[in-house]
Design a protein around this ligand. Structure first.
Ligand code: NDP
Length: 237
């Protein structure tokens, strides 16, 4: 276990799934955690009460609200950007407004949040963004906008690592394969198809992703930046 006693952590999108596991992990390791939510107020309030963390409503689709949330959180030791979603359907049929919203939440928010956090972050600060193995491999139709958004994070991390490095701040992307959450339940209809691509034929657990995030946020990872970290049962191999 890493010791995050006294560290200030902001998790964007922490009410459910992988984000909630990240909130739990940092809280258990002693950090002072604030997390955002959008639609799931009841789940957010329950998680905050259980873990002694603070829930704050902020729509990651609203750029200025995201920037204000990060700025008003004061100097952060660790920023985790987890909020994200997928659209499914033929690219020719999708509503362009929905695609643009996906890009705002999955790409614009991580970029602006990371830059805003770096303004106040002390030396040793950590930015970790949850991408996806679909940034590297998209083996099914109907998810081009999602793949686009997750591969955009790769270029962002490579570039911002150069800007943040001289300030002693790292930025990394965690790229999960299928993980058992509301968005991708292990007992869902895609189970056999997804497991067919994998060497370890099961969904990952949110806690396994949180463990990788905790390592990247900890003192052993100070030389790791501008990099993608895949945790996917070899989905992308
Ligand atoms: P879930 O749908 O289970 O949870 C999504 C979380 O993000 C919720 O806490 C949700 O909050 C929050 N969120 C979504 N949109 C917004 C928004 N506009 N503003 C603020 N918060 C928001 O998803 P997962 O836990 O499965 O996914 C989390 C991340 O991991 C995403 O970036 C996803 O792309 C990525 N990922 C997931 C994989 C999987 O198989 N599950 C695989 C690879 C990557 P609320 O409900 O309050 O709106």
């Amino acid at each position: 276990m890493s010791d995050f006693q006294g560290k200030s952590v902001l998790v964007l999108g922490g009410s459910r799934g992988i984000g909630a596991a990240i909130v739990r992990r940092f809280a258990a390791d002693g950090a002072k955690v604030v997390f955002t939510y959008n639609g799931s107020q009841a789940a957010a309030e329950q998680l905050a009460a259980e873990t002694g963390t603070t829930a704050a409503a902020t729509d990651s689709g609203d750029r200025d609200a995201v920037i204000a949330r990060v700025r008003d959180s004061g100097p952060l030791d660790i920023l985790v950007v987890n909020a994200g979603f997928a659209l499914f359907g033929d690219a020719l049929d999708l509503d362009p407004d929905e695609v643009d919203r996906l890009i705002r939440v999955n790409v614009n928010a991580p970029y602006h949040a990371s830059v805003e956090a770096a303004r106040q972050m002390p030396e040793g600060g950590r930015v970790i963004v949850i991408g996806s193995v679909n940034g590297d491999r998209m083996p099914v139709p109907g998810m081009a906008s999602y793949a686009l958004s997750k591969s955009a994070l790769q270029g962002m991390a490579r570039g911002l690592a150069r800007d943040f490095g001289p300030r002693g701040i790292t930025i990394n992307i965690v790229q999960p394969g299928p993980v058992d959450t509301d968005a991708n339940p292990e007992d869902g209809p895609m189970r056999e198809l997804m497991h067919g691509f994998m060497a370890i034929k099961r969904h990952g657990r949110p806690e396994e992703v949180a463990g990788m995030v905790a390592w990247l946020a900890g003192p052993e990872a100070g030389f790791v930046t501008g990099a993608m970290h895949t945790i996917d049962g070899a989905f992308g191999a």
